[in-house]
Design a binder for this molecule. Structure first.
Ligand SMILES: NC(=O)c1ccc[n+]([C@@H]2O[C@H](COP(=O)([O-])OP(=O)(O)OC[C@H]3O[C@@H](n4cnc5c(N)ncnc54)[C@H](OP(=O)(O)O)[C@@H]3O)[C@@H](O)[C@H]2O)c1
Length: 310
């Protein structure tokens, strides 16, 4: 299958935050409202995983999209099993086949548009069994396009070399190295890229002071030490400098930076409320150029000068 570019919108809705597991509680009513609003505003790609909310996000997406009558696509991830205590990887063929059937059941569709292995390591990809399952399901028409959600560039490269048609990767102003490292391969093979964490978990919205703390149950509590967060917040000047003209906020600059990369098929947004969703959709811009070429070309040297080896 060719790149998804013609089939899905450049802005996709992610559901990790909506599950309430990533950043703290979100009510099911709010999560549904965000999905409904995204559908009303024309979003045609929704991103999830079987483990988000222990399957509740897949079920919710299937329901809301069906009720709306939209032909929207769903990208889901399999390969994580949630025990009572913690999650563990589950990439054995039998586990993946079961997980796929459960996802298909929850989503309520015979065919899953995009199915990704959820953060495998290089060895799992190279062993071939796990991707073999996804290839087989794709050949049977049960998956539209298979791919890998890659935690780093080594996994991304192994995935692309194994024939993945879709890559899900973190990509933002402060974290470009993984996508850049595999850019040539992606372009050559026409792989579709779903870029996530475009706001670096909210940091790039530039709303935080240096002493920002996070509640229990918010993954950002463990992500940055107080020192690392102070350093990151100080570096946001670089993002603020991109504001101007129709780029109204640092948040818009961060999102537009991702959309400016022609390798990105869709930027996967992570709003936790309809207000956040609407801000992002309003500020994204309607097409290239998303940011002035002059600003984009000097950004790499500015990042380096600020000590960001992104
Ligand atoms: N391994 C993987 O495959 C993987 C990993 C990560 C993400 N993803 C996918 O990508 C999606 C997005 O990822 P992400 O959560 O890392 O995204 P992100 O956009 O970098 O961060 C989301 C956070 O940004 C803040 N935010 C969102 N909209 C905002 C707005 N309008 N103004 C100010 N702040 C805003 C919110 O934080 P506050 O709560 O502080 O407001 C929100 O929790 C996920 O839902 C998931 O579908 C996949």
């Amino acid at each position: 299958m060719q790149a998804l570019r013609e089939d899905v919108t450049e802005l996709a809705l992610g559901t990790w935050g909506l599950s309430g597991e990533a950043y703290g509680p979100v009510s099911p009513a709010e999560a549904e409202a965000v999905i409904d609003r995204a559908l009303e505003l024309g979003v045609t790609l929704f991103d999830t995983a079987d483990c988000y909310g222990r399957g509740s996000m897949e079920r919710m997406l299937g329901d809301r999209i069906r009720k709306h009558g939209s032909p929207a696509w769903i990208a889901t991830r399999i390969g994580t099993e949630r025990g009572e205590e913690r999650a563990k990887k589950a990439f054995e063929p039998a586990q993946l086949r079961d997980a796929f059937e459960r996802s298909r059941d929850r989503i309520g569709r015979d065919r899953i548009d995009i199915c990704l292995l959820h953060n495998p390591n290089v060895m799992t990809i190279e062993r071939g069994e796990a991707i073999g399952v996804l290839k087989e399901l794709t050949d049977k028409g049960a998956i539209g396009a298979w791919g890998v959600s890659a935690g780093d560039q080594h996994v991304a490269l192994a995935a692309v070399e194994s024939g993945a048609r879709v890559l899900s990767l973190a990509y933002n102003i402060f974290h470009t190295r993984d996508l850049h490292a595999v850019a040539g391969e992606i372009a050559m093979r026409g792989v579709s890229v779903l870029a996530h964490s475009v706001l670096s978990y909210g940091l790039l919205a530039a709303h935080w002071g240096p002493e920002r703390t996070f509640d229990e149950g918010d993954h950002r509590r463990e992500r940055w030490s107080p020192d690392a967060l102070r350093r990151r917040v100080a570096q946001l000047k670089l993002v603020r400098d991109l504001v101007g003209g129709d780029v109204l906020t640092p948040r818009a600059a961060a999102l537009r930076f991702v959309l400016s990369n022609s390798l990105v098929t869709s930027a996967v947004l992570g709003p936790r409320s309809t207000a956040q969703l609407e801000q992002l959709l309003r500020e994204a811009g309607s097409g290239p150029p998303y940011l002035p070429e002059s600003a984009l070309s000097i950004l790499p040297s500015r990042l380096l000068a600020a000590g960001i080896s992104s």
